[in-house]
Design a binder for this molecule. Sequence first.
Ligand SMILES: [Zn+2]
Length: 358
Amino acid sequence: MWVTLDSAGSSVDTTVFHEDGIISGYRHPCSSATDCIISLFQLTNETVNIWTHFLPTWYFLWKLLTVILTRDVWHDSFTWPLVVFLVSCCIYPLASSCAHTFSTMSTRARHICFFFDYGALSLYSLGSAITYSAYVIPDNWVNSLFHQYYVPVAVANTIICTALACYSRLGFPFLQYNRNTIIRFPEYQFPKFAKFLRIVAFAYPYLFDNIPLFYRVFLCVGDGCTDNNANVLHHTHIALAFLTAFLYTTHLPERLAPGSFDYIGHSHQLFHVCGIISTHFQMEAVEQDMVTRRQWLLTHSSPVAFADTLGAAMLCVALSLGIIFLFSLPLVWSGNQGKIHGDKSPQSRAAAKGCWGH
Ligand SMILES: [Zn+2]
């Protein structure tokens, strides 16, 4: 039986790391980096999770390179929102596949891996908002007060939600967890509350970012509603996005037949696949709007500014990295203590990594 040690050295039940309805196929909870990479080619309950995000990374990278090579991105600022969005579409599946690959190196590695995963998802959320502001917002909302504050609010949401998602794992760094003390451990003690916080952290910015799109395709009637041939792609993206959220929250189908979908077909794999297909349709819809509405938007909307596109994305990356650093620091610092004290025993090394087996 394997148990993990928290920073204080007391044992913690590892079943909190076991997903509902998934009984077998877990990797060793203290794998080496090499073991993690080798596991890509072995069938575990993470293998499909990893590949369903690693392969799409290359698809979106190919799409990004196509845009860079075929459009005048260096001089045409109208293309910048699409570039930012595509960069975020490359980063979020890559961060996720890395998190799923290396999360079993140690308890602490698992937390740090998923902090990066949350930061990448927030960047993707901001990338969506930036393209919606530039290409998707309906004609009758262009240059409105909402339009002027939409991207700045999206940046603020990104920062708040990255911090909230990171908080959902361990609480506040130094205040609720540090080298020797863990006052409160949301993911261990209240796994359902931790997951609820995480759902809020991703659902709220998604819903905010989609306000102009939902208004355009579901509520707007009459002139200025931008009813064009991109709408069917937007509808497909929205339907798949809600299916993605449904799979994440319900843990179906494995909840109905625990143990039957351990390796192939469990909800997290389906969540990855639906999310990626949703992102594909979102990308197609955004590009369609960009091409179809280009002349009208260039005439009627404010010019695309660096601050609202590349600048906002860079600010988000810098602040998210700062938040991830802040939340990771107590874990990294703690992980070095065994080395600092010169204790080379297997027990101390395992404890320093945040794991221990017997
Ligand atoms: Zn995942």
